[in-house]
Design a protein around this ligand. Structure first.
Ligand code: 13P
Length: 280
């Protein structure tokens, strides 16, 4: 089947009244595990690359990552999405699309609303010509290590702005701020479901929930029913990978070549549970 447009996957999720799950991935073991479990469970899935993992941490490069996901998705029977996560750099986004990404996020959430709209519109114009989808962000999803970010109502998405934001930018999906934050939570998050309902009632654009690690499942089930169509998870997947490396590497008789298969087995176990949340 190969790579599917993320907009198509989100439409499928919307029709099934659920959310697709998007995992931040760093390397072959993560991408391979995500795609293997998606096929095993017969569910669409999205592989995402976070630019800081390239620019700061040198895990991979956009062209290499895109080619790898495309190669691994080639003979798989479920739709696999390929997405560039958070970037606010126009040139970087365009280069990533040229490198094979068919979906990108332009994150203008730190800007004024007017600047966010103007910049998102520019990215959308170019991305659509090049055949890629654009996720935008309205409101601001902060970082969980600052408790204030997760519960700061001033950063939450305003339902009355979403429709105009979508119409003025032409974006394909909108990441919203309703009480989630990136990273490990210091306090259990409480999603503002009433706000989500109001946002979803105001617009048809697919809605994205960031900061997926550590949100209780019962809240996610409600959020997926009430309009979230893409759910981003990174931190807990990365943490599991790192813990598994540490455990395997310090095991009696452990050798380097045994690591990937042991790691992938652990990642698959986690992914099987997580992907059950997606009801497609
Ligand atoms: P977590 O790392 O908190 O799971 O969030 C992932 C995310 O939202 C990526 O955009």
């Amino acid at each position: 089947m190969g790579i599917e447009r993320v907009s198509t996957i989100l439409k499928m999720a919307d029709e099934a009244n659920t959310s697709a799950i998007a995992f931040n991935c760093l390397d072959y073991s993560m991408v391979k595990s995500v795609i293997t479990v998606a096929e095993e469970l017969n569910k669409p899935v999205i592989c995402m690359l976070y630019p800081n993992d390239v620019l700061l941490h040198r895990w991979t490069e956009p062209a290499v990552f895109a080619a790898m996901v495309r190669a691994l998705a080639k003979d798989v029977k479920v739709p696999i999405g390929l997405h560039l996560d958070h970037s606010s750099d126009f040139e970087y986004i365009v280069a990533a699309i040229r490198d094979g990404f068919s979906s990108v996020m332009y994150d203008g959430s730190a800007l004024s609303l007017a600047e966010n709209i103007a910049n998102t519109r520019e990215v959308v114009k170019v991305a659509h010509v090049l055949g890629a989808d654009v996720e935008a962000e309205l409101g601001q999803v902060g970082f969980a290590d600052t408790v204030a970010d997760q519960s700061n109502i001033d950063m939450y998405t305003k339902p009355e702005v979403v429709k105009a934001f979508h119409e003025e930018t032409g974006c394909d999906s909108v990441a919203i701020s309703i009480g989630s934050a990136h990273g490990f939570y210091k306090e259990t998050p409480r999603l503002d479901i009433e706000r989500l309902k109001a946002i979803n009632a105001a617009t048809d654009v697919p809605l994205v929930l960031h900061g997926g690690s550590g949100i209780p499942e019962d809240q996610l089930e409600v959020a997926f029913r009430e309009g979230i169509n893409k759910f981003n998870v990174g931190t807990e997947f990365f943490w599991l990978y790192y813990e598994t490396i540490k455990q395997q590497a310090t095991k009696e008789g452990s050798v380097l070549h045994d690591l990937p298969s042991a790691i992938q087995e652990k990642l698959r176990e986690y992914l099987r549970t997580k992907m059950q949340l997606c009801k497609m």
